[in-house]
Structures are given as structure tokens and as C-alpha cells.
Design a protein around this ligand. Structure first.
Ligand SMILES: CC(C)(COP(=O)(O)OP(=O)(O)OC[C@H]1O[C@@H](n2cnc3c(N)ncnc32)[C@H](O)[C@@H]1OP(=O)(O)O)[C@@H](O)C(=O)NCCC(=O)NCCS
Length: 333
């Protein structure tokens, strides 16, 4: 079974924003017991960008969305909906989408945040596309943004070296038949929630002196468990998506995986028997920016002239939840 939209919807513009401050592996090795060699060989990460204190998700989301609007020649007032995928919202409420709407002047849009961690952008992409396919909307913005430096425990060297801050944005619109989203699949397995989570700060365990002292407002993860899950689902989900649509890996112009670890991405590409030049990589420069990895990678691939209208592109993500998802599309411009 494939999942098809009632009318074709595609990405018609992209944008991105990273904070200026670049932190290299060597910078980290001055403040914790780690090394460029360890981080590079275990993860493929060379550097990441982190915000200055006081900068929130909306501060990165707004310039990324503005870049996409400018690229499309669209005014903010034309947007009808803004979906922000994030696990590091400015505040628990109001939603970051509301701050983005106000700051960018999208006075005719409604908006909401979507929480699916590293799968968030793909969930938001298909949610936005479904709004358009319903016939009720025609101009929807989807932003993937995370300020992971705000929830990292700098004393947990196996985790804090992995993450970066950033935002990627896309505009979704109706597109001609044969372009845009072809098929998608999303899954959740809540039984694996405890291998990657933030233990406190929600209604179950509100913030208290005790939760702060126990460092429960940071990312907690079992790295090796996440690694095994990621390799399995990224490879199997991608292969199943191609099979059920009658495509071979060699039909793909680009494979855009979530950027969590170069070894996970390489393993997925190998199982897919995909030539390495078809994979889009930005983890080396930006690390894992959670919901922002895929939209920024798309923006960078388009800017570098790596895809044209009609090219077959496969997007694949996994993350906390556990969540995972795959989207197959034909690039629309
Ligand atoms: C976290 C991860 C890089 C660890 O790599 P690994 O090869 O499994 O390494 P291990 O956990 O076995 O640790 C090996 C050793 O390196 C040490 N180590 C951990 N972090 C280190 C660091 N930054 N620098 C130097 N040494 C480090 C460990 O303490 C351990 O030492 P020990 O053997 O003396 O106990 C890897 O498991 C991973 O990327 N998992 C996926 C995590 C992820 O992507 N999460 C987000 C998903 S969206």
C-alpha cells in the first residue's frame, strides 16, 4: 500500500539559518576530555554552531523562513499556515509557531508546533502537504528548528558533542501532476521512549530544585541502543519505500538522511547499495541539529545544484519517541 495525497503538493522554496558561533572539536577538547580524532571517527562531526545565551528557536526559524519566502518571491501575508517542528521551543507555550507568525508578519496564517524530535520535519512536511491536498489551503510554511545546546549536559561528553543548533524552512504549494510528494510512511514505537528522552519539565515531573540538581532537563540517551535502532529503521524503511513504488536505489538522484551519525548514514547507504555521491551530508559541519537536519540539507543540495525539477529524492529520519519516517518525492522546481 502506498500513501498518496489527493492532489500533488511539493516544496517550492527553501531557506536556512545557523547561529554564527562555530564550535570545533578542538574547541571542545579544551573544556572536556575528548578529541577531534574521537569525535570524527565515531560520528563524522567536525564542528557545530551553537547560539549565544538568550537566543531561542524562533530567532533561527524566522530568518530561515524569510529566506524561503524571498526565494519564492512570496509575502508573509500570503502564508496560510506555519508548522514548526521542534523539541526546543522558545517556551512550553505559546507555541514557537505563534512567535514566528508574529515576527515575520504572517497576519493571515494559523500555526502550531509539532513534537517528533528528529523525525519532526518529515512529520510536519506531510502534515502541511495534507492541509494543501485537502483543498482547504494552498500556501503552507514548514520549519524544522532546534536549539539543542539549550538541553545538553556539558558533563555528558558522549552526548553533548553530537548536537548543533539550526533551522531549515520550506514552502509547500500545489504543484503540477508528476511532481512533489509521491509516497510517505511514518511510525512510532513509544515502548522505546526511554532510550532517548528528557526526563523532567513536563506535567509528569514538573521542574523543581530536585529535577534541576538531578540534571533531568537535559537529553538522556543510550547511545548504542539508539544507534542500532537507527541503522535498522533507516535502511529498512528506505528500501521498503523504494520497493513499494517500483524504484531501485539507482533511480534516486539524492538520498537525504537525518544527520545523527555518519556511521549510521553510511550503513544505511551501504544496505541500500547507494553510490556515496548520492547522499547529502552536512553533519561534518553542523552536527545533529534534530528537526533542522533534513530541511537544511535540502537547501544546501539545491543551492549546490545537486537536484533539478523532476529528480527523485528520498528523505529518511528517526528520533526520540521512538519515531521514524520516510518521504519519497520528485523535486518540484
Ligand atoms: C554516542 C556514540 C557516538 C558513542 O559511540 P560508541 O562507538 O558507541 O562509543 P561508546 O559509547 O562505546 O564509548 C566508547 C568509549 O568512548 C568514551 N567516550 C564517550 N564519549 C566520548 C568523547 N566525546 N570523547 C572521548 N571519549 C568518549 C566512552 O566513555 C567509552 O569509554 P570506555 O570504553 O572507557 O567506557 C554512538 O553510540 C552514537 O552515535 N549513537 C547514536 C546517538 C544519536 O544519534 N542520538 C540522536 C539520535 S536522533
Amino acid at each position: 500500500m502506498t500513501r498518496q495525497l489527493a492532489r500533488p503538493v511539493g516544496i517550492t522554496a527553501t531557506g536556512q539559518c545557523y547561529p554564527e558561533r562555530r564550535v570545533t572539536n578542538d574547541d571542545l577538547s579544551k573544556v572536556m576530555e575528548t578529541s577531534d580524532e574521537w569525535i570524527r571517527s565515531r560520528t563524522g562531526i567536525g564542528s557545530r554552531h551553537w547560539v549565544e545565551k538568550g537566543v531561542g528557536a524562533s530567532d533561527l526559524a524566522v530568518p530561515a523562513l524569510q529566506m524561503a519566502l524571498d526565494q519564492r518571491g512570496m509575502k508573509p501575508g500570503e502564508l496560510e499556515a506555519i508548522i514548526v517542528a521542534t523539541v526546543t521551543p522558545d517556551t512550553m507555550f505559546p507555541a514557537t509557531a505563534c512567535r514566528v507568525q508574529d515576527a515575520i508578519g504572517a497576519k493571515n496564517a494559523f500555526g502550531f508546533d509539532l513534537s517528533a524530535a528528529c523525525s519532526g520535519f518529515l512529520y510536519a512536511l506531510t502534515t502541511g502537504a495534507a492541509l494543501i491536498a485537502s483543498g482547504a489551503y494552498s500556501k503552507v510554511a514548514v520549519v524544522g528548528v532546534d536549539v539543542m545546546s539549550s538541553i545538553m549536559n556539558m558533563e555528558d561528553r558522549a552526548t553533548c558533542v553530537l548536537f548543533g543548533d539550526g533551522a531549515g524552512a520550506v514552502i509547500l504549494e500545489p504543484v503540477p501532476e508528476g511532481l512533489g510528494l509521491i509516497d510517505f510512511e511514518h511510525r512510532v514505537d513509544g515502548s522505546g521512549g526511554c532510550i532517548l528522552h528528557m526526563p523532567a519539565g513536563g506535567s509528569k515531573k514538573p521542574a523543581s530544585h530536585a529535577t534541576v540538581e538531578a540534571k533531568e532537563h537535559f537529553i538522556h540517551q543510550s547511545g548504542s541502543e539508539v544507534f542500532k535502532f537507527a541503522v535498522r529503521e533507516m535502511a529498512e524503511g528506505s528500501r521498503a519505500m523504494l520497493d513499494r513504488n517500483g524504484f531501485l536505489p539507482s533511480d534516486l538522484k539524492l538520498f537525504v538522511p537525518h544527520q545523527a551519525n555518519m556511521r549510521i548514514m553510511d550503513a544505511a547507504a551501504k544496505r541500500l547499495e547507494l553510490p556515496s555521491d548520492r547522499m547529502v551530508v552536512n553533519i561534518d559541519r553542523y552536527a545533529n541539529t534534530t528537526a533542522a537536519t533534513i530541511p537544511t540539507a535540502l537547501h544546501q543540495a539545491k543551492e549546490a545544484g545537486r537536484m533539478e525539477k523532476g529528480d527523485l529524492v528520498l528523505l529518511s529520519a528517526f528520533g526520540a519517541g521512538l519515531t521514524w519516517g520516510t518521504v519519497l518525492l520528485r523535486w518540484a522546481y
